[in-house]
Ligand binder design. Structure first.
Ligand code: EPU
Length: 292
């Protein structure tokens, strides 16, 4: 891969990825890249495309399980400030894809803009939230999007407007390699009222989810009309352990890991859940987390 030499100042070789993920398990990336500008990101992606080197984008690491063998090719992180910008104009908020969703929510709320507060407590980046149409009981991010600027795996940049985008439950047409920027159309709402809504959401979340443990949030998508957590609980699986991975006692759709856990433990627990829930209820659970 000598032609990646031009990028040696932003590449780490054989970089362990576990600490970049919330589950804290998994192997290294052959290369971990930390581009410092959109131009540098674009030329790196273009070069990788020319060389046929696989490229993956690391978001907040909250919805990701990296296998113990790690990944070949280049993993890109967007830690430079230019990838985390947030700006407001009237009721429109613009965020870079690497910005934390929590920062986008707090900036909007401070400005008295409502809509995004339904995503309170969801970790990760704006780009990750758009890729998976992140959401919860209160609604999803998709309906708030006005436009996105994306960078494709071939290194092309283009804008997609609202009418060219589609969002479904934990699925979105924003599936290019990188979200560079996204615009959201929000509504004017009293800041105190928004703060109250956020407080209520946090109370519910704290009482129903194992927030103080290492986890990747919900592991499975909810099957249509059903709750994955309820099915796993009814299959009698709460508290089940494989190595250092355990099905949370608080919410059965969460797998929590301790310091001895491996990615293989988590994968075996995922398979065990899928088999038991399928045998018991005839329902195939589909993972919500990304597995590399
Ligand atoms: N339930 C159980 N046992 C459990 C867990 C849940 O019986 O162990 C029952 C609950 O009592 C409730 C129902 O299942 O009646 C639904 O549970 P909950 O309200 O916790 O919501 P969820 O559907 O499990 C979804 C999102 C969460 C989000 C919450 C709250 C998915 C897969 N999950 O969970 O998102 O935080 O709503 O808005 O859509 C995530 O995506 O990582 C995530 C955590």
């Amino acid at each position: 891969m000598s032609s990646l030499d031009d990028f040696s100042d932003i590449l780490k070789v054989d970089e362990p990825l576990a600490d970049y993920t919330w589950l804290k398990v998994g192997g290294p990336a052959q290369y971990l890249a930390d581009p410092q500008s959109v131009e540098q990101l674009q030329s790196l992606v273009t070069r990788c495309h020319e060389l046929d080197v696989p490229v993956r984008l690391l978001g907040g690491g909250s919805n990701l399980l990296v296998r113990d063998d790690g990944v070949s090719g280049v993993v890109i992180q967007l830690s430079a400030p230019c990838f985390s910008e947030i700006s407001l104009e009237g009721t429109v908020v613009t965020a870079s894809g690497g910005a934390l969703l929590s920062n986008l929510i707090s900036e909007s709320v401070k400005a008295g803009l409502g809509g995004l507060e339904v995503l309170t407590g969801i970790p990760g980046t704006v780009g990750g939230a758009l890729h998976g149409n992140a959401g919860g009981r209160g609604g999803d991010i998709g309906p708030l999007v006005k436009s996105v600027i994306v960078l494709t795996a071939k290194g092309e940049i283009f804008t997609r407007k609202e009418d060219e985008l589609s969002f479904e439950y934990r699925k979105s047409s924003v599936n290019e390699l990188v979200v560079l920027k996204a615009e959201f159309e929000l509504q004017e709402v009293d800041t105190d009222e928004l703060t109250q809504r956020i407080r209520k959401l946090w109370i519910t979340k704290r009482s129903t989810q194992p927030l103080s443990h290492q986890s990747a949030g919900c592991i499975f998508k909810n099957p249509r009309g059903l709750s994955a957590g309820a099915l796993i609980e009814q299959a009698g699986l709460k508290g089940t352990q494989v190595g250092g991975a355990e099905i949370s006692d608080r919410h059965a759709n969460f797998i929590v890991t301790n310091e001895k856990a491996t990615a293989d433990d988590v994968l075996r627990l995922i398979e065990l859940i899928q088999t038991k829930v399928s045998d018991r209820f005839g329902v195939d659970l589909e993972t919500e987390i990304n597995i590399w």
